[in-house]
Design a protein around this ligand. Structure first.
Ligand code: PEP
Ligand code: MG
Length: 755
């Protein structure tokens, strides 16, 4: 390896001096490339910056033709520079011109150079540009030289991120970092929110990149590593998650990484090259992130995420921020951006200042999505790499209904969304005015409108919406958002709070519907080929009755002289319901023997969501005190189409003749036998579908709180008799699996029914 005069330490020291000089950005960059070229004993050093349009523009050069600066541009993926930007990895070649990706640009005069070393300018895993050195000879760059150039690249990346270089571009196209961006994710919670980025895990801003004393920085790094290790040990030994499955595994993985020699060595080397301890951690973290973004294996991605988390812990130790205080002082109109977040963390924020949530992870059934919906915060999930695409304080818009995120939106885009948000607010104000209006159709049929709930934060919606009670209380949500199994006393306290909140209105508690996609983090899950068809809900309850018994007991105790309604999910046979009833009877008898007061009135119902019950419907109606149709599952099983798989979920229309006939079978049988029946799946909350359900003979619907207004507005204008006759005629006429959607829309339009 040729002598690098003074090595990276000297270079970093000189860079620090240049950074502090009161010169223009271009002068500074010109000095920097001269310094790097001299230090690396290279004839050429060039900096290419990624523009907003993705092109890489030559911003400064020592050695190439200076006329080319701000003129030469490479498209993403073009030439060696484009290749480095795309792969985000260094590239060292002894003969650049024989590389297939080499792209000759006559204006630069680079034909006389053979050896080529380029590294990406990375920040938070994003490529902001490329730094290149070139030599005339056919030489091989040593590992240490590549490392040294990467370290230098980090300093340049910080300079870019600070915005200092933006004004230098050949056109006014802003750099990639500040460009408006439209990202698509998946809708988690409805609504439109406009505001400013707040990072849930605030990025540590590193002000000092270059060490004054390498020895002191080595000591700081070692202390921070020791402290992080000790804090992980502490969590494992004494944390309240110590004995619960997954959490412990995550921490164990953390501990393993905290002792990973390769990772530690790379950080130590970065400090020895002249960076401060925090800059060294960030330097290594940036590489990890770049690898993470390209990693497709989910297991390896997770492990890289773990390393990233560890690096964050180290950074927070080294730069010492008080996150608790920062969370408490949330600015107005905040939009939280996070890789992932626990539900409890979301509840820690001041809700009155929160306008939205954007996550890199988090599917629609994730716990955080459930909580976001419950507290009415628009949320979008699965937005790849979003934490790296934003800066704190950036303007951002979350459209939780469409799954769109607009980062640094243009003025016209912002105006369009502001209008959308205003319209939504106006409509909601109209719905709020309907709160006290009785839900009676135009022809005088009373429809019971109830809400679905599952958490204590849902309960204020009762008075806000005017719902007549809770038609479906999903008890598993309490379990899903908790870090550990809720104790019997905690279950009882929640049930009692719910009963108190509803007062005289009814509340129907559904027993634990776990398994399938609803995994409890602290319970070992069994690998199943088809979890939706597997060991879940009542099946677990009957096979391992401990959990169900404890829950039933908590419900019975909580009711304490009040009315109690319990229903069982995923019942497939009459016999299962009979066994569940017997379990409740045994618990009642037990409590009575021990002097507890039992519910004044106990009703036990069946959740109808497995098609086999359609063919036992008379018997079910005769034995159940009530039935509630879980149409989300019923339709998924009826059409054998996974409700969470976007490729098939919308393939079969709930308003198609087969679906409507199945629903009608239940309505007819229940109405004939006098067994109360309701619908509590998502279709009950969509005005058009709800109109059809009323037409089929349903008189009770339970839905998300936000749907109550729109459904009530619809039914106030509806002639239930007329839609019933219309549907009967259409169903008799419809052939095959024809959908009646357009006919129902026409019906609504003709009769001025808002849908
Ligand atoms: C349903 O299946 O329709 C239902 C309401 O239950 P969940 O969505 O909780 O499965
Ligand atoms: Mg269900």
């Amino acid at each position: 390896m040729p002598a690098t005069p003074g090595g990276p330490r000297v270079l970093l020291r000189r860079l620090r001096e240049v950074m502090a000089e009161p010169v223009s950005a271009q002068d500074r960059l010109d000095k920097i490339v001269i310094l790097i070229a001299a230090n690396m004993v290279a004839e050429v050093c060039s900096v290419y910056v990624m523009r907003g349009d993705g092109d890489l523009e030559l911003f400064a050069t020592e050695g190439l033709n200076r006329e080319a600066v701000h003129h030469t541009r490479m498209r993403a993926g073009e030439g060696l520079v484009g290749l480095i930007a795309t792969t985000a990895e260094p590239l060292a070649l002894s003969d650049a011109q024989s590389h297939p990706a080499f792209s000759y640009r006559p204006e630069t005069g680079e034909e006389i150079y053979h050896a080529f070393l380029g590294v990406p300018l990375l920040r938070a895993g994003n490529t902001l540009g490329v730094l290149v050195v070139q030599n005339r000879t056919f030489r091989t760059y040593a590992e240490e030289e590549i490392e040294a150039l990467q370290t230098t690249a980090m300093v340049l990346a910080e300079m870019l991120a600070s915005g200092e270089l933006q004004t230098l571009s050949s056109t006014d196209s802003t750099s990639a970092l500040r460009q408006p961006l439209h990202q698509r994710g998946i809708p988690l919670a409805d609504g439109v929110g406009l505001g400013y980025v707040v990072l849930h895990e605030p990025r540590v801003v590193i002000k000092n990149l270059i060490a004054e004393s390498v020895e002191a920085e080595v000591a700081r790094l070692e202390t921070a590593i020791a402290e992080v290790r000790a804090s992980i040990d502490e969590l494992i030994e004494h944390g309240d998650v110590a004995h619960h499955g997954e959490h412990r595994e995550v921490l164990e993985t953390f501990r393993m990484f905290a002792h990973d020699q390769g990772w530690l060595r790379r950080m130590r080397e970065a400090v020895l090259s002249g960076l401060t301890a925090e800059a060294a951690v960030e330097r290594v973290q940036s590489d990890t992130r770049a690898r993470m973004l390209r990693q497709t294996d989910p297991y390896l991605r997770d492990r890289l995420h773990d390393l990233d988390d560890l690096a964050n812990r180290l950074l927070h130790r080294l730069v010492g921020r008080n996150l608790v205080a920062e969370r408490a002082s949330l600015p107005e109109n905040s939009i939280l951006v996070a890789r992932s977040m626990g539900p409890a963390a979301l509840l820690d924020y001041d809700r009155s200042r929160l306008r939205g949530l954007v996550l890199e992870e988090g599917g629609p059934t994730s716990h955080i999505a459930i909580v976001a919906r419950a507290i009415g915060i628009p949320a979008v999930g699965e937005v790849a790499n979003v934490t790296a695409l934003v800066e704190p304080g950036d303007a951002i818009i979350v459209d939780g209904s469409a799954g769109d995120v607009q980062i640094r939106p243009r003025v016209d885009v912002e105006a369009a969304y502001a209008e959308k948000a205003r319209l939504r607010a106006r409509r909601q104000a109209q719905y709020r005015r309907l709160r006290t209006v009785a839900p009676v159709t135009a022809d005088g049929i009373e429809i019971t409108l109830q809400m679905n709930a599952g958490l204590i934060v849902d309960l204020p919606h009762l008075t806000e919406t005017g719902a007549s009670g809770v038609g479906l209380f999903r008890t598993e949500l309490q379990f899903m958002v908790a870090e550990r199994m809720p104790a019997a006393s905690e279950q009882q306290a929640l049930y009692r709070a719910v009963m108190t909140a509803v007062g005289d209105e009814p509340v129907t508690f559904r027993t634990l519907d776990i398994g399938g996609d609803k995994i409890l983090p602290y319970m070992r899950s069994v690998e199943e080929e088809n979890p939706a068809l597997g060991w879940r809900a009542i099946r677990i309850g009957l096979d391992r009755p401990g959990l169900l018994r404890a829950q039933v007991r908590a419900l019975l105790k909580a009711s304490d002289g009040r009315k109690l309604r319990i229903m069982f999910p995923m019942v497939a046979t009459c016999d299962e319901f009979a066994r569940a009833k017997a379990l409740v009877d045994r618990e009642s008898a037990y409590l009575q023997r021990h002097g507890y007061s039992l519910p004044a009135d106990l009703k036990l119902g069946v959740m109808l969501e497995v098609p086999s019950l359609l063919f036992q419907i008379e018997e079910i109606c005769a034995t159940a005190d009530f039935i509630s149709i879980g149409s989300n599952d019923l339709l998924q099983f009826l059409f054998a189409a996974d409700r969470d798989n976007r490729m098939v979920a919308e393939r079969f229309d709930p308003l198609s003749a087969p679906a409507l006939r199945a629903l009608k079978t239940v309505a007819d049988a229940a109405n004939r036998s006098g067994c109360p029946v309701s619908v509590c799946g998502e279709i009950a909350g969509r005005p058009l579908e709800a109109m059809a359900l009323i037409g089929l003979g349903f008189r009770a619907l339970s839905m998300a709180p936000t749907s109550i207004g729109p459904v009530k507005a619809m039914l106030l204008e509806l002639d239930a008799g007329a839609v019933g006759a219309f549907l009967e005629k259409e169903l008799a006429r419809a052939g095959g699996a024809e959908t009646l959607r357009s006919q129902l829309i026409s019906f609504a339009e003709q009769h001025n029914i808002p849908i």
